[in-house]
Design a protein around this ligand. Structure first.
Ligand SMILES: [Cu+2]
Length: 79
């Protein structure tokens, strides 16, 4: 998945349990992909031009956002 122009692309995805998702930051500022609810995930800061991985081990629907820019939002559904 890509982070560009302060948006997650695609913002909403559905993946199987156990999937590793890579976020590639194409912006010139750091971002995160953070979901703290229901056993969610945390990418940590992803610097410009770098990637961050999360592994989705639990089924569920996880809303996520960027801690630096909370208006950046998406949802990952894990089945
Ligand atoms: Cu951000």
């Amino acid at each position: 998945m890509t982070i560009k122009n302060y948006m997650f692309e695609p913002a909403d995805v559905t993946v199987p349990v156990g999937t590793k998702v890579k976020f590639t930051n194409e912006d010139s500022t750091a971002h995160t992909a953070t979901s703290k609810e229901g056993g969610g995930f945390e990418s940590g800061p992803i610097q410009p031009g770098k990637s961050g991985d999360i592994t989705l081990e639990e089924a569920g629907t996880f809303a996520y956002y960027c801690v630096f820019h909370p208006f950046m939002k998406g949802t990952i559904t894990v089945k």
